[in-house]
Design a protein around this ligand. Structure first.
Ligand code: SF4
Length: 125
């Protein structure tokens, strides 16, 4: 049986891997080979450390929790279509100049699409 600290670390890793979709507590414990009692304790501990958040969810007539990471590590994919990467004005772009991220429509549009959950759509056609 794995040690509790190992399980805590593995649980956090799994929760971070699933990202913002979250994972059902019971599915996570099954994957890690932990009992639901042990798993609940770990989830509470991770929540107390502000590493995850738990949301109550009704599943097959029973209440359970879905676990979400508080933070998801940034990946290269997440910025692959950022307009700044291929921008012809990149070298002149500076917060103190007239070409600036503060007034850039392309950057604003891209950020708005990300906020709506539609990354990768700018310039795609
Ligand atoms: S913020 Fe706008 S102008 Fe500046 S580099 Fe990015 S896309 Fe180009």
């Amino acid at each position: 049986m794995p040690k509790r600290n190992d399980l805590e670390q593995k649980a956090l890793q799994q929760i971070m891997n699933v990202g913002f979709e979250g994972i059902l507590q019971s599915d996570l414990w099954r994957k890690l080979g932990a009992s639901s009692r042990e798993g609940s304790r770990i989830a509470l501990k991770l929540e107390a450390k502000k590493l995850i958040r738990r949301e109550k969810e009704l599943r097959e007539g029973r209440w359970t929790y879905r676990l979400y990471p508080k933070r998801v590590p940034a990946s290269i994919d997440s910025i692959a279509d950022c307009p700044c990467l291929m921008c012809p004005d990149n070298a002149r772009c500076d917060p103190s100049s007239s070409i600036s991220p503060q007034n850039c429509e392309r950057l604003t549009d891209w950020l708005l699409l990300i906020a709506k959950g539609e990354p990768g759509t700018i310039g795609d056609s």
